[in-house]
Design a protein around this ligand. Structure first.
Ligand SMILES: [Zn+2]
Length: 153
């Protein structure tokens, strides 16, 4: 795990709400995986469909036999938005920032939301290749966010 000095490398500042699994526990395995820098995505054990966000049944076949499997932490930019207005008071000093919608290579149909690492005004476009960056937030109740960095080449 990274130490407290890593906070200066976070995409967004401290003081934002901590991500938590839903009250039913859906998503708990995803968040546990991120602590180990692993991308675990829900997958149907019957029809092998990947899905995200997590559900209690498979959206493809209706099965309740769902598990989590590792997905490669690489993908492409499917959509994005550069944010110029703070949606939370703690974001006032961190504008602009970029929110990305990433299509994962190895989990067909799954798209994850995250932030772009680095200069928020860098040039990029839909279809650019990205790699996950696991952003550790240490402390008494640590968590890790999945952010995205443009891949070389
Ligand atoms: Zn299924």
């Amino acid at each position: 795990m990274n130490d407290q000095s890593k906070s200066s490398e976070w995409v967004l500042p401290e003081g934002l709400p901590r991500p938590v699994p839903s009250t039913e526990g859906l998503g708990a395995e995803f968040w546990a995986g991120t602590l180990n820098h692993q991308l675990l995505i829900q997958r149907c054990e019957d029809c092998r469909n990947w899905q995200w966000g997590p559900e209690i049944i498979c959206r493809s076949c209706g099965s309740e036999q769902l598990g989590y499997e590792p997905a490669e932490p690489v993908g492409t930019i499917y959509s994005w938005q550069r944010c110029w207005y703070p949606v939370h008071p703690n974001l006032k000093e961190s504008l602009p920032y970029v929110v990305l919608l990433i299509a994962l290579d190895s989990a067909t149909g799954v798209r994850l939301v995250g932030n772009l690492v680095g200069d928020a005004e860098q040039a990029f476009e839909i279809g650019d290749r990205v790699t996950a960056v696991f952003e550790d937030h240490p402390g008494d109740d640590p968590y890790t966010l999945v952010q995205w960095q443009r891949s070389e080449g």
